[in-house]
Design a protein around this ligand. Structure first.
Ligand code: LLP
Length: 417
């Protein structure tokens, strides 16, 4: 459930009409509903309330400070993958004990910064990384809490670019090798194995892959305990999908929680989850203005002022995002069209071969489900300033990140002399 709906034919975010925001901040802009964000977080967290748990929102999905701040205030922890994300969660006042550090390529500087902030645990993805963490923690006179990220080799049945739990993916440690690496970790002086981690992919729309992966890591956890390696934290990553259109029906977080909780009943672990998309995806939209409508030989093109630099998902994954007119009218015909941006690439589209109401130049349109991996994957390609970001709360809105200026884009550049 989200808080984007038509009132008097004007699309609103909570109680604020989007055309009013467009007038104030210009286009394109991302707009986040705080009530939706809070609701999604609460529903997810409450689904796990029967056991000890920590919800570590995955910062990569949307790292805007206003989003992080909203979630931190509700008690969220964070899953980070870089020194930059660490700095952001520190900025919103999140204590290290609510932070897990994932990622295959942690640098020395990033590991040191995370040790200084006393993160809850490092999700380690390889033997060399384990040894590096041990060495750095030793230099700092610390013992680093770690989990190994297990690659359980299950097929998440999602887009190949966002599946991570298969043998051929670069992520995690093959589950056959994990036991040996845990034994090595247990002998190292400056790491302490306290957790077990796995994340198999993103935008999963069925529960089976989660349960299959959990069965594998659970068996491993029990074997480790028999060997005296006391695993207290079980991190099952993120990955729960969202409906991008009405045909998709991913499981509700409550069903997801039931399936996981059934499997870990009696295990005596603290459960960690790293949801990203399911929290923020449908709490945000992208609003753009139609610049031109052009009829090609074969199809119609609706050319907007938002492009693949603003929202990369359609170009990169052929992802579907629902497109709505900001002002609804019932006298228009539906026509087949491509919604494209101004960027000089044929891959620059927001929708392809879509039946849409006839749009006219100057009108506003909204791209739904753009809260996750929208702004956070945006770029300055074609020297385009990144879009403004707005947050709405009830009948108020605020710009939480102003549109970049062209001056800012060139600010630190100098000619070579
Ligand atoms: N934990 C780890 C270790 C991850 O790699 C990810 C996402 C998450 C948690 C959060 O997953 P979520 O709950 O959001 O599915 N750019 C792609 C998605 C990439 C996901 C990368 N990892 C997209 O736009 O679909």
């Amino acid at each position: 459930m989200d808080h984007f709906r038509y009132l008097d034919h004007r699309l609103h975010c909570e109680q604020v009409p989007l055309d009013q925001i467009a007038e104030h901040v210009g286009t394109p802009f991302y707009c986040y509903s705080r009530a939706t964000l809070e609701r999604h977080f609460d529903v997810f967290r409450d689904a796990f309330s029967s056991i000890e748990h920590l919800i570590c929102y995955s910062v990569k999905a949307n790292s805007t400070l206003a989003v992080l701040d909203t979630l931190a205030k509700r008690g969220a922890g964070f899953d980070i993958v870089s020194g930059g994300e660490l700095a952001r969660v520190k900025r919103v006042g999140c204590p290290g004990q609510r932070v897990v550090f994932s990622g295959v390529g942690k640098t020395e500087a990033e590991i040191r910064a995370a040790l200084e902030h006393r993160v809850l645990m490092f999700n380690v993805e390889s033997q060399p990384e384990l040894l590096r963490i041990n060495a750095l923690a030793g230099q700092m006179g610390l013992r680093a809490p770690i989990a190994l990220r297990i690659n359980p080799d299950v097929d998440p049945a999602t887009h190949p670019y966002i599946s991570t739990g298969l043998k051929r993916n670069k992520f995690g440690i093959p589950h056959q090798q994990a036991e040996e690496l845990y034994r090595l970790a247990a002998t190292l002086e400056h790491v302490q194995p306290i957790g077990l981690d796995c994340h198999i992919g993103s935008q999963l729309t069925t529960l089976e892959p989660f349960v299959d992966a959990l069965k594998r890591v659970k068996a491993l956890l029990l074997r480790l305990r028999q060997q005296g390696i006391a695993i207290r934290y079980l991190d099952l990553g993120g990955g729960l999908g969202i409906p991008y259109d009405t045909q998709q029906t991913p499981p509700h977080p409550e069903r997801y929680a039931e399936a996981l909780l059934r499997e870990i009943a009696g295990l005596d672990v603290v459960l960690i989850l790293e949801p990203g998309r399911v929290i923020v995806g449908n709490a945000g939209i992208l609003v753009a203005r139609v610049e031109y409508v052009k009829s090609g030989e074969e199809k119609r093109f609706i050319i907007t002022d938002a492009g693949m630099n603003d929202l990369l998902r359609p170009a990169l994954y052929d992802a579907h995002h629902t497109i709505l007119p900001v002002t609804r009218r019932f006298d228009r015909e539906e026509i087949m069209a491509d919604v494209v941006g101004p960027i000089c690439e044929s891959g620059d589209f927001l929708a392809r071969d879509r039946m849409l109401p006839e749009f006219h130049a100057g009108e506003l349109l909204a791209v739904r489900s753009a809260g996750a991996y929208g702004f956070s994957m945006s770029s300055n390609y074609n020297s385009r300033p990144r879009a403004a970001e707005v947050m709405v709360h009830q009948d108020r809105f605020a710009v939480v990140r102003p549109r970049e200026t062209i001056e800012q884009l060139m600010e630190h550049e100098v000619p070579f002399v």
